[in-house]
Ligand binder design. Structure first.
Ligand code: SF4
Ligand code: SF4
Length: 316
């Protein structure tokens, strides 16, 4: 029985070791593939699809045309700059182009891993977790889309004394959330946009489900810590109306440690080019430090007593 569970497979995007930003201490971050939302500012668009997908780096490509000739679906062509254009409607994800390119200009995002393989990977840094209070953090994509897999890895980690965190939007039915709750120490939960119409446009999914799940986690019997994260964009949610609604929603939550405002950045833009999808916020700027500080102080002024974090600075 146990052996079967350890052979359970998950679709993993990638992992990152030695992270100091995704929970306490030093951490191994496991990014899972697949997300039901479509945030316009997402910095990991290569995580959106649940299945593996092919990406292309123009910087590596010398324009030899070999992949164009070998693509069985006729999905590739060279443009005037001798760079590859992929017709996503024709691509069957056979990954033949990855094999034939001599310069590794095509690559695959996503690989199946077993529970045991991921546990072994995490356990390589067990000593570092012990000395720093770190552990494993699951991110994505939306890792709750593979809740059975994530719950099982976290269960084994917990049994070994490894701290467990997840970064989530809780945009899944409660039955999926419930699977991980017994095994997770800290949940970083995104509350991106409070206005229903804006949420539909920029985020997608059900705002009611997300908010209901957060309240249910807060009222649950499990001693999980909640940290709310808000990717903050001047043109979408970086305003007093959104932050007041956020503060009102969070007021009285028992498990909430703090609200963290994350200034928008466009580091993920290159990934949109790699997988050939449109970046919908070409003109959005990173909010200034002063603007972020103003928003933090505005949330504090709502009198909830909940601390606010911005770029490592804690208010008050
Ligand atoms: S993955 Fe296959 S079908 Fe898609 S572009 Fe590459 S070779 Fe062609
Ligand atoms: S085979 Fe590689 S280097 Fe040649 S055109 Fe295709 S992606 Fe570019």
């Amino acid at each position: 029985m146990d052996r079967d569970i350890r052979n359970l497979r998950g679709m993993v995007l990638r992992h990152e070791k030695g992270s100091m930003e995704d929970g306490n201490g030093m951490r191994t971050v496991i990014y899972m593939k697949g997300c039901p939302l479509h945030c316009w500012w997402c910095s990991t668009p290569e995580s959106h699809r649940f299945e593996p997908e092919v990406a292309y780096s123009a910087a590596r490509c010398v324009g030899c045309g070999r992949c164009v000739a070998e693509c069985p679906a006729g999905a590739l062509s060279l443009n005037e700059e001798h760079k590859i254009v992929r017709d996503r409607s024709k691509c069957t994800s056979c990954f033949h182009c990855v094999e034939v390119c001599p310069f590794s200009a095509h690559k695959i995002y996503g690989e199946e891993k077993t529970v045991q393989e991921i546990v072994d990977l995490i356990a390589q840094d067990e000593v570092l977790y012990f000395f720093t209070g770190g552990g494993v953090t699951f991110g994505g994509g939306e890792c709750l889309g593979q809740a059975d897999f994530v719950a099982e890895v976290m269960r084994i980690c917990r049994n070994r004394g490894i701290n467990t965190c997840m970064e989530t939007t809780v945009a899944y039915p409660w039955e999926e959330v419930e699977k991980v709750l017994p095994y997770v120490d800290v949940m970083y939960i995104d509350m991106k946009v409070m206005d229903r119409e804006l949420h539909n446009k920029y985020v997608g999914g059900s705002i009611d489900r997300i908010q209901e799940n957060i309240k249910r986690i807060d009222q649950s019997e499990y001693p999980v810590k909640i940290r709310i994260r808000v990717p903050t964009l001047s043109s979408v949610n970086g305003n007093q109306k959104n932050m007041k609604a956020l503060a009102d929603f969070c007021r009285g939550m028992k498990k909430l440690e703090y609200i963290e405002l994350l200034p928008y950045h466009r580091l993920g833009k290159i990934k949109y080019d790699e997988i050939g999808i449109e970046y919908k916020l070409p003109d959005e700027k990173t909010p200034s430090e002063e603007a972020m500080a103003e928003l933090a102080n505005f949330i504090l002024a709502q009198g909830t007593g909940i601390p606010v974090l911005v770029s490592g600075v804690r208010y008050p």
